[in-house]
Design a protein around this ligand. Structure first.
Ligand code: SAM
Length: 180
């Protein structure tokens, strides 16, 4: 999907999520990266200091207009950070857009310090109507989403030895919270 093309319109449709459940979990994390953070629609409500990592120049341009200044053009599969360097990773509505979600998760784990946390929002495809709804929308938009159910996400992190807390987020998505 070409996020560059939809960048200017993106927030009109996506600026409705309540960020407080994410902000509360972040507590006093200082170094936060927003993987696939796009226009910064979520991270701008957390802190202007959040580092957005995204491959779309158009989306990053929109983030810059909001005053977000820590912008990194890159992909989740190869995060351009040292090991154990960040206090928290957030990744909302983006993991299923990556070409390799499992590699992206292992990169999130690699860059997060012990005791740090990872917060992921994904569509709750365990519910059939969510699967139908987002599947149709994203297929119409010529995306090739690789949706990850809460069960699958839990299994991936458990394999790495981490416990995952899952909670409902929006009507169509869940939040996964992992403390390393
Ligand atoms: C639906 S938007 C989500 C933006 C924002 N996180 C939000 O919650 O609204 C998906 C974002 O994932 C980005 N993206 C696509 N492939 C990616 C990859 N391999 N690594 C990181 N981000 C990617 C897109 O450029 C886009 O900005």
């Amino acid at each position: 999907m070409n996020f560059d093309r939809m960048a200017r319109w993106y927030d009109r449709f996506m600026n409705w999520r309540d960020v407080s459940p994410i902000r509360i979990k972040l507590n006093n994390a200082r170094i936060i990266i927003d993987v696939g953070g796009g226009t910064g629609v979520i991270s701008q409500k957390i802190s202007k200091d959040v580092i957005i990592v995204d491959p779309s120049q158009g989306m990053l341009r929109e983030a810059k207009k909001k005053g977000m200044s820590n912008l990194v053009r890159g992909v989740a599969e190869y995060l351009p950070f040292r090991n154990d360097i960040v206090d928290a990773v957030i990744c909302t509505d983006a993991l299923h857009h990556t070409q390799d979600p499992e590699k992206s998760i292992s990169e999130m784990i690699r860059v997060t310090r012990p005791g740090g946390q990872i917060i992921i929002e994904e569509f709750d495809i365990g519910r059939w109507w969510v699967r139908l709804f987002v599947g149709v929308i994203e297929k119409l938009a010529v995306m090739k989403p690789q949706f990850i159910s809460a069960e699958k996400l839990t299994e991936i992190f458990q394999r790495e030895g981490y416990r995952v807390e899952i909670e409902p987020y929006t009507k169509i998505s869940y939040l996964a919270h992992i403390v390393l």
